[in-house]
Design a protein around this ligand. Structure first.
Ligand code: CP
Ligand code: NVA
Length: 310
């Protein structure tokens, strides 16, 4: 029996079997939630949520998820914690572990979430770092599974910045047998070590991973198109330059047609900057599942919370 997982920091260290376990639980919890059944899996448990960056979906879905499971969540803006005045991450982790049963954190430096995980005696969940966004990718793959009925053998074409969201899609795809092509302008590719890890792991699951700047070739045959903002949180100073560089990589009607398929799905982690990385026409088309994807953050994260904190 593998040791019970304490944290979710990156999909790189998760097994496919665990992911399918979370998906199965998420499916049940989603059904129960929709039918209005009371859930008490985390009765009396408290989740501390540290945010160094803004959030709509992550904050609300975790807070609502904890409530629905009979627990409670505390929103902690890092600027209002002593961490903002120099208390170490390690000390914060040790103190919070005395009060709460789980810690969610959204951070800039990925090393902060690793440090939290190292020092906290309670489960730590990564709610986005500059490097990865595992909860997002889990909700994305859960959505694809719901819509397509399977994951193995699917192909995602990701357009835009090789960022945290792209990294988690790559790492998750490698586990689940989903091939991912990243179509990025030169200089904005995913990190080579993340790509290497995905390629290596994909050998045993039949998934392949490619980075290209050729849009038409990259999207051909894609079961899903995915995009994200061109300037992530923390990159505001680069925004104008990025708007120019990424302009040709917009997910628009021509790109959708270039897949050559009629049933291609459109995914976006949101928030979307409509008219930039995605057009209204695509985002509001019948291909788009972005709002179900956002809803699935709730159900998948509830499964994670039950599995880690239950
Ligand atoms: N997709 C996502 O994580 O959204 P928020 O930044 O609103 O949490
Ligand atoms: N890549 C984006 C994702 C937002 C959910 C960012 O880091 O800002």
């Amino acid at each position: 029996m593998p040791k019970k997982r304490k944290d979710l920091i990156t999909l790189a260290d998760v097994r496919a079997q665990e992911i399918y376990g979370w998906f199965e639980l998420a499916r049940k919890l989603k059904k129960q939630t929709r039918s209005g059944k009371t859930q008490t899996h985390l009765r009396g448990k408290i989740l501390a949520m540290i945010f160094q960056k803004p959030s709509t979906r992550t904050r609300v879905s975790f807070e609502v998820g904890m409530r629905q499971l009979g627990g409670h969540a505390l929103y902690l803006a890092s600027s209002e914690l002593q961490i903002g005045r120099g208390e170490t991450v390690a000390d914060t982790a040790r103190v919070l572990s005395r009060y709460v049963q789980g810690i969610l954190a959204r951070v800039f430096a990925h090393s902060d979430i690793e440090e939290l995980s190292r020092w906290a005696s309670v489960p730590v969940l990564n709610g986005l770092s500059d490097l990865t966004h595992p909860c997002q990718a889990l909700a994305d793959y859960f959505t694809l599974l719901e819509k397509k009925g399977k994951l193995k053998g699917l192909k995602i074409a990701y357009l835009g910045d090789g960022n945290n969201v792209a990294h988690s899609l790559l790492l998750g795809g490698a586990k689940l047998g989903v091939s991912v092509t990243c179509i990025t302008p030169a200089g904005y590719e995913p990190k080579p070590n993340v790509l290497r890890q995905a390629i290596e792991e994909g050998k045993s699951t039949g998934a392949s991973f490619e980075v290209t700047s050729e849009i038409a070739r990259g999207v051909r045959g894609a079961d899903a198109l995915y995009t994200d903002v061109w300037a992530s949180m923390g990159q505001e100073a680069e925004r104008d330059a990025r708007l120019q560089i990424f302009r040709p990589y917009q997910l628009n009607e021509d790109v959708l047609a270039a897949t050559g398929k009629k049933d291609t799905l459109v995914l976006h982690c949101l928030p979307a900057h409509r008219g930039e990385e995605i057009t209204d026409g695509v985002m509001d088309s019948a291909h788009s599942v972005v709002f179900e994807e956002a809803e699935n953050r709730l159900h998948v994260q509830k499964a994670l919370l039950v599995s880690l904190m239950g």
